[in-house]
Design a protein around this ligand. Structure first.
Ligand SMILES: O=P(O)(O)OC[C@H]1O[C@H](OP(=O)(O)OP(=O)(O)O)[C@H](O)[C@@H]1O
Length: 207
C-alpha cells in the first residue's frame, strides 16, 4: 500500500466485497478503529485527523523465501539475545497463523527446535457469526506445546491482543513463553504479559 489514498480505496473495495470491519482490519494489518475511520472519513478527509495507526505492507519480504530466510536469521539472532538475557531455553517455536507461520518455521529451523502453530480467536471469529467467546487452537499437524519452553513468532504487533491471548493459551497448556519475536512492533512494547518482546522494527511516533 503506497499511500493513504490507496488504503482508503482498498478499504472501500474490501467493504464492497462484503468483508466486515474486523476482517478488513485483519487484511490490512490495521486496527478496527482505523478501518472505521477509513470508511467514514475517507472520502472527505481534508482537515480530518486520522487515527494513530499505520498499515504495514511487508509483502516484499513475504513473497521471497530468500528474503524471508535473511529476515528470519536476523530475528533469530535477536531472540537468542533475549533468551540469553533471561537465561532461558526453547523447545518449540510457536507461529501465529496465518502470517507469522512462515517466519516461525524458519526461526524454528535456525534454532533447531520444533514448530507449533496457533490460530488465534479472531481468525475463527471472522468465520463464525460474530460470537467472540471461541478459544484459539493449536494445530495437531505441528508440535505439541504441553509443558514446553516456547518462543512465539508473529509478523506484526498492533494492539498486542493476539500475543497476549497466545501467551495465556500456552500457560493453560502448562507451557512457558520465554520470548516473543516479531518483524514489526507498532505499539512499541518491551514486553507482553511479562514476556520480553524482540522486534526488528518499531514504530515510534514523534508528533
Ligand atoms: O496486535 P494485534 O492487534 O492483535 O494484531 C496483530 C495480529 O494481526 C495480524 O494478524 P491477522 O489477524 O491480520 O491475520 P493474518 O496473520 O492472516 O494476517 C498479525 O499477523 C498479528 O497476528
Amino acid at each position: 500500500m503506497k499511500n493513504i489514498d490507496s488504503l482508503i480505496e482498498k478499504t472501500a473495495e474490501l467493504k464492497a466485497e462484503g468483508l466486515v470491519e474486523g476482517q478488513i482490519a485483519e487484511e490490512l494489518n490495521v486496527s478496527r478503529e482505523t478501518v472505521t475511520w477509513l470508511l467514514t472519513h475517507g472520502e472527505k478527509r481534508s482537515g480530518v485527523q486520522g487515527p494513530k495507526d499505520v498499515s504495514v505492507d511487508w509483502s516484499a519480504i513475504g513473497r521471497s523465501s530468500v528474503r524471508l530466510r535473511h529476515v528470519s536469521q536476523a530475528l533469530t539472532d535477536m531472540i537468542l539475545d533475549s533468551l540469553e538475557c533471561s537465561d532461558s531455553d526453547v523447545d518449540v517455536v510457536v507461529g501465529i497463523a496465518l502470517s507469522g507461520v512462515p517466519l516461525a518455521s524458519m526461526v524454528a529451523e535456525e534454532l533447531g527446535v520444533e514448530l507449533a502453530v496457533y490460530t488465534p480467536t479472531k481468525q475463527r471469529w471472522s468465520q463464525e457469526t460474530g460470537e467472540t467467546e471461541l478459544s484459539g487452537t493449536f494445530s495437531s499437524n505441528f508440535a505439541d506445546v504441553v509443558d514446553a519452553e516456547c518462543v512465539i513468532v508473529d509478523d506484526v504487533i498492533t494492539s498486542g491482543r493476539t500475543l497476549e491471548e497466545a501467551v495465556e493459551e500456552l500457560n493453560d497448556h502448562g507451557a512457558s513463553t520465554n520470548a516473543i519475536g516479531v518483524l514489526l512492533d507498532k505499539k512499541g512494547v518491551d514486553e507482553i504479559v511479562g514476556v520480553p518482546v524482540s522486534s526488528l522494527l518499531q514504530i515510534i511516533r514523534v508528533n
